[in-house]
Design a protein around this ligand. Structure first.
Ligand code: BTN
Length: 321
């Protein structure tokens, strides 16, 4: 959205339901009334409902349910995450886009798409990304070695679970990074890293949340184990407010990550864990481990106590129970 369009929205919001004349808007923007009219038409095309009366002026009636950066930034309480937001009505994958620009991008840059054509999940799976969901990627540049990167996945799962819990839903985290409500998946996280062993260059954290989507439209095999915020709440969520909360939660956890021992995040994660204490099967490309999930290590690996009493730590894999 151009600066002038954003400024018109800002002025109309400030007027709080009172009409603002085309003349005043034109003067404040330094453009003609005809240009103001063009801007208003383009805002209407973008979904803003604006009442126009030739006598009194323009009134903003309805802000669309779109994740426009201007809407997200209006009320966003962060200092790093979301300073730069790239927005797309549709994209192949926000993670793929973020990867392409990550080297040059500032830390905290966010890429959002209303829908994705090739949303990517963990382990080469697809991520269903219809309109109404929240599909976003955050670029982080922490000064950490590669073997600490999994901590950021746990950190993000915790931030997502906290955000969902703030809606009054009992969100729990399934290791490593699925967020469940009543045993059904509502959120998935895909972390992608570019690094040398000793130093991470950048990390892309991709978060997909079934917000206002109908999971019954998902393909069989996925829909049975999926749920959405809308389904659980019985009403649509305000996605702009939801993303604002999510970015705020990520920033709070990231500050903790940088300034405190990891155990501070881990203990919160364990409190919301759906996995610890359960009998699990963890599948990695090289092995399958069955046993009881007894903890998470300092690097984010799951500790499994096998039948023969051994303790096995696994840093990644598919977790089934
Ligand atoms: C999973 O549960 O397997 C992870 C799903 C991650 C989906 C998100 S949506 C935004 C970002 N872009 C992608 O292509 N994937 C992640």
């Amino acid at each position: 959205m151009s600066t002038n369009l954003a400024e018109i929205i800002r002025i109309l919001k400030e007027a709080d339901g009172k009409p603002v004349s085309g003349e005043e808007l034109g003067e404040r923007l330094g453009v003609s009334r005809a240009m103001v009219w063009k801007y208003i038409s383009s805002l209407k095309e973008g979904g803003y409902e604006i009442e126009s009366s030739p006598k009194t002026g323009y009134i903003l009636k309805v802000v669309p349910d779109m994740l426009y950066p201007e809407e997200i930034k209006d009320g966003l309480n962060t200092t790093l995450i979301g300073n730069n937001i790239f927005y797309f009505a549709e994209l192949e994958s926000t993670n793929s886009f973020a990867k392409e620009m990550a080297k040059e991008a500032e830390e905290g840059t966010v890429v959002i798409a209303e829908s994705q054509k090739k949303g990517r999940g963990r382990l080469g799976r697809n991520w269903q990304s219809p309109k109404g969901g929240v599909n976003l990627s955050v670029i982080l540049k922490p000064n950490i070695p590669l073997d600490h990167a999994a901590r950021l996945t746990l950190m993000t799962g915790l931030a997502a679970a906290n955000t969902i819990r703030s809606l009054g839903l009992d969100a729990r985290i399934k290791w490593p990074n699925d967020v469940l409500i009543k045993d059904k998946k509502v959120c998935g996280i895909l972390t992608e890293v570019d690094a040398e062993m000793e130093q991470v260059d950048y990390i892309i954290i991709g978060i997909g949340i079934n917000a206002n989507v109908n999971v019954d439209d998902f393909p069989p095999g996925i829909r049975e184990n999926a749920t959405s915020l809308q389904k659980e709440l019985g009403t649509e969520v305000n996605r702009v407010e939801f993303v604002q909360k999510l970015l705020y939660e990520i920033e709070q956890q990231y500050i903790k990550f940088k300034t405190q021992e990891f155990s501070a995040i881990l203990s919160e994660w364990i409190n919301l864990s759906d996995t610890i204490g359960k009998n699990v099967t963890i599948m990695t490309p090289s092995k399958m481990v069955e046993g009881k999930a007894i903890g998470i290590t300092d690097t984010g690996a799951i500790s499994v106590r096998t039948k023969d009493g051994k303790r096995v730590n696994l840093i990644a894999g598919r977790c089934v129970y």
